[in-house]
Design a protein around this ligand. Structure first.
Ligand code: IFM
Length: 440
């Protein structure tokens, strides 16, 4: 069978002995039980017509809030070491909200699965706004409360998830909550999330945490041609997606004068933002081919990009694509990791891949198996090339609410029937279980 981990002719290479294997989810995408928390910016965003492609909301989602014991049993059956989930700030603000995470963490510990919470995965309480500096301070207060309650059992933490996408899609283009279309005036939202990250690291350290990372999304950016205009546009995209979010954290500086566009005492903030991390989390899906602007609006991967942008995103030809239309390029992961190692040297702490996955329909999901197989082999090539990679998390355990795409894009190792909420492990679940067994 193609991609069979037991295939002696083509075995999955062995990863380091203490490598951390996990799967990821996020609160808004799976929990449901929206009536038992205050609203987030995503609730108001999805309530407006036309924002989510299938007109759905996450009010019920996978109903993980009520079905978490079944989901923890699925994790246990999969044989992962760790489970990355996110904590809903709006739920923590609501009476009894933290009790849910207490129960979840207990259930995970009892099953021998290490809890790895992300403290912010886009579901901002509706009365807050990342354009306001004060939100960063409020975030650190909330983080202290969570760490005080769960820190006796949670030993590995993630501060924020993909501030790049939350800035770009939520504040610059408006295709995600809170739906702002500020283009480059969205930059303060990036700065305040990064400041929130740094303050959260301080709050976690004050609570005794010793294993802290961030989950930043990154990918290689490939110029559409060798023409200077394409090369320049690709470098600009690299600046926005990669350097703008990595360099304040890793080097304590904004690249290429971008700090001049940020609000507040940026130099003082950068000292906070660059609080040392124990590891650096990377979410990788695909490289991006970028060319000079075409002067027209572009629709790409479900995102509408206005003509004013100083670049155009283009389809990578001759590679498979997922149901989302995202190119499948495993070697992009090797390239990304070696580029980061070469760029940042010993300023880059050990890396954990905090998300990697793909959207495909169906329970016999051979395409997902091929995707994961290819990416794990590509990851191993980065390890062989000397990149210090310590873990890998698949996005996602369950099919779930895929933001502006609603329930139409399925990323799960486990199929969810959104009528009955029945869970059915897919072929990729059994495949990953066998991969993990072979690694032990
Ligand atoms: O579902 C998202 C997740 O919330 C953040 N990273 C990308 C995933 C797939 O789009």
């Amino acid at each position: 069978m193609a991609n069979d981990p037991r295939d002696a002719a083509n075995p999955m290479p062995r990863f380091p002995a203490d490598f951390l294997w996990g799967v990821s989810t996020s609160a808004h995408q799976i929990e449901g039980a929206a009536d038992q928390r205050e609203p987030s910016v995503w609730d108001t965003f999805t309530a407006a017509p036309g924002r989510v492609k299938d007109g759905s909301t996450a009010a019920v989602a996978c109903d993980h809030y009520h079905r978490y014991p079944e989901d923890v049993a699925l994790l246990s059956g999969l044989g992962v070491d760790a489970y990355r989930f996110s904590i809903s700030w709006p739920r923590v603000n609501s009476p009894g909200g933290l009790d849910f995470y207490d129960r979840l963490v207990d259930e995970l510990c009892a099953a021998g699965v290490r809890p790895v919470p992300t403290l912010f995965h886009w579901d901002l309480p509706v009365r807050l706004d990342w354009l306001e500096r004060d939100t960063a301070a409020r975030f650190a207060e909330y983080v202290s409360v969570v760490a005080g309650r769960l820190g006796d059992r949670v030993t590995k933490w993630i501060t924020v998830n993909e501030p790049a996408e939350h800035t770009l899609l939520g504040h610059a283009l408006g295709t995600h909550a809170p739906g702002r279309q500020l283009l480059f005036d969205a930059l303060p939202a990036a700065h305040h999330q990064l400041l929130g990250h740094g303050l959260a690291v301080q709050a976690l350290r004050a609570a005794g945490a010793t294993d802290i990372g961030i989950a930043n999304s990154h990918g290689p950016t490939w110029p559409a041609s060798r023409e200077p205009a394409d090369v320049e546009a690709a470098a600009f995209y690299d600046l926005l997606l990669n350097r703008l979010f990595a360099e304040p954290v890793l080097l304590g500086e904004y690249p290429e004068g971008l700090g001049d566009l940020m609000p507040g005492d940026v130099q003082a903030d950068l000292k906070v933002i660059s609080e040392p991390l124990d590891w650096y989390g990377i979410n990788y899906y695909a490289p991006t081919k970028v060319g000079a602007p075409q002067g027209t609006e572009i629709e790409f991967g479900g995102i509408r990009m206005p003509a004013e942008l100083p670049f155009s995103v283009q389809q990578i030809e001759d590679v498979p694509v997922t149901d989302f239309g995202w190119p499948v390029v495993p070697e992009g992961l090797t390239e990304l990791l070696t580029t980061f190692r070469n760029r940042y040297g010993d300023r880059l702490p050990p890396v954990v891949i905090t998300e990697n996955g793909c959207s495909y329909e169906g329970v016999d999901d051979q395409e997902r198996i091929a995707y994961l197989d290819g990416h794990l082999r590509a990851l191993h090539r980065a390890v062989e090339a000397g990149v210090d990679v310590r873990g890998y998390f698949v996005w996602s355990l369950l099919d779930n609410f895929e933001w502006a795409e609603g329930y139409e894009r399925r990323f799960g190792l486990v199929h969810v029937d959104f009528e009955t909420l029945a869970r059915t492990p897919k072929a990729s679940y059994a495949w990953l279980r066998d991969v993990l067994r072979a690694q032990r």
